[in-house]
Design a protein around this ligand. Structure first.
Ligand code: HEM
Length: 438
């Protein structure tokens, strides 16, 4: 598990089937594999859950904060989720497309022909800027790089194997550095919240939506809760999405036949017009390509819950109190669910293809499922569509390495980045970049 966690997970499934138990460093886990296992853990009742999240996901707290939705359970989770949900309303998300494309254009304008750039590092900072601008509006932009640097320190800590962590606040530890980095972001966000409370006005961003959100019974998020939601949204919003974006560049450049179809579709749908939400929605093949990227390069490798009561599964009793894990990585590679699972074939998602098979429920779970499914999935998909479309129509790139391996347990990153050689970057003909705010 410590050496190659991905292979170890596949081998556990191959050797033990749907259920196995293992222990590492004094921790015991039950691992469940397959679509039915995912259904068991994800298709839970929000009012009377059989599985809780906080205990297993508490390793995220140094970054997301203890009030974040992802580490909340029960009534607190329901309340926080219903107060955050309006910030992700479909119509609101459409407004973010110009910010997304402007940031991709900004990234591309720095790529010199003939140079080699790490596309993963570049998309990571681009996606971080998108997340911060869409969440906070323009005012915190000057702090974008500071926020990014600090969160990056904290994210690197939590992306260590849980078995190699040492969560004690002692001098020189990674834990202390992560907590201190998070504290510096807290201070910036708290100052912004104070300022907004003092001068309320509709700025149209996610922070404003969180500050004004109110349930039917008049409940609101406290300032502490707003702060933790905002920081966890930035962290989730860019860590998983940028991992997917890095893999997207790799997947397209290593599969010329797929990339050629992507480029043809982007040219047909959008030509050289500024990308709109309608263009992005109309790109079916790009959408299937993203599904395939999220299947084979799913940013989340495994997720867990703690059973709150005895649960039966596949002839076994899982006792209350057990930490139970499921793996998106393994499910997405099961031949029974995805024929020729290691083949990257966007066409498998085309409902009009002759060999199309309706996906088995809970077989494709990059965004989780059930009442805790990813609240940012539409945002993430739009962002990936915008990135792929701009890369496809503006750049000539080649991979500078033969292959890229994965690394990381909380999020699967491309190890060593995605080095690409820049052939050319065409400036947008129909858009005046100078008009974009810095
Ligand atoms: C490709 C990109 C993304 C992937 C693969 C992804 C994946 C996931 C997964 C698997 C979960 C469920 C975790 C669980 O069941 O315990 C989740 C939850 C969550 N995600 Fe994402 N995510 C992505 C992008 C985003 C973005 C862009 C945002 C926000 C801007 C976001 C915010 C959240 C939040 C707040 C939760 C917690 C939901 C809850 O507990 O009710 N994610 N995400």
């Amino acid at each position: 598990m410590l050496g190659d966690p991905y292979q170890a997970l596949l081998e556990l499934n191959e050797r033990y089937g749907e259920v196995c138990k293992f222990g590492v460093a004094g921790q015991h886990y039950v691992m469940l594999f397959g679509a039915e296992a995912n259904r068991l853990l994800l298709d839970d009742s929000p009012k009377r859950p059989r599985f809780l999240s906080r205990d297993v996901l508490s390793l995220l707290i140094p970054v997301v904060g203890s009030c974040a939705m992802v580490v909340s359970d029960g009534h607190e989770h329901r309340r926080r989720r219903s107060l955050v949900q309006p910030a992700f309303a479909y119509r609101r998300l459409q407004r973010y497309v110009p910010t997304m494309t402007a940031e991709v254009e900004r990234m591309l304008s720095a790529w010199e022909p003939g140079s080699t750039v790490d596309a993963f590092a570049a998309v990571r900072s681009c996606i971080r800027r998108i997340a911060i601008r869409c969440l906070f509006g323009e005012r915190l932009q000057e702090h974008t790089d500071v926020i990014g640097r600090e969160l990056e320190t904290a994210l690197h800590y939590i992306n260590r194997s849980p078995f190699l962590r040492f969560d004690h606040d002692l001098p020189g530890t990674g834990y202390r550095k992560a907590v201190a980095a998070r504290k510096r972001v807290d201070d910036l966000v708290r100052a912004e919240i104070d300022q907004r409370r003092a001068e309320p006005q509709d700025r149209g961003d996610v922070l404003e939506a969180l500050l004004t959100s109110c349930t039917h019974s008049g409940e609101r998020l406290s300032d502490l809760e707003v702060r933790d939601q905002v920081i966890s949204l930035i962290a989730s919003g860019y860590d998983s999405s940028s991992s997917a974006a890095g893999w997207a560049v790799y997947a397209l450049l290593s599969r010329p036949e797929v990339y050629a179809r992507v480029r043809a579709e982007v040219a047909r749908v959008a030509g050289d017009e500024p990308l709109t939400h309608a263009h992005l929605e109309a790109m079916d093949y790009v959408g299937w390509t993203i599904k395939e990227i999220l299947r084979l390069h799913t940013p989340g490798v495994l997720t867990g819950r703690t059973a709150v009561e005895d649960v039966e599964f596949a002839g076994h009793t899982i006792p209350a109190g057990t930490k139970v894990l499921y793996s998106q990585y393994v499910t997405h590679r099961m031949p029974s669910l995805f024929p020729d699972p290691l083949e990257f074939r966007p066409e498998r998602w085309d409902p009009s293809a002759p060999d199309y098979r309706e996906p088995v429920p809970y077989s494709w779970v990059p965004f989780g499922g059930g009442y805790r499914h990813c609240i940012g999935f539409t945002f993430a998909e739009l962002e990936l569509r915008a990135l792929i479309a701009e890369l496809a129509r503006r750049t000539e790139l080649t991979l500078a390495v033969d292959s890229v391996a994965p690394v990381g347990v909380a999020t699967m990153w491309p190890k060593g980045g995605v080095p690409v050689t820049v052939g050319s970057v065409h400036p947008p003909r129909s858009r005046d970049l100078a008009a974009e705010p810095a």
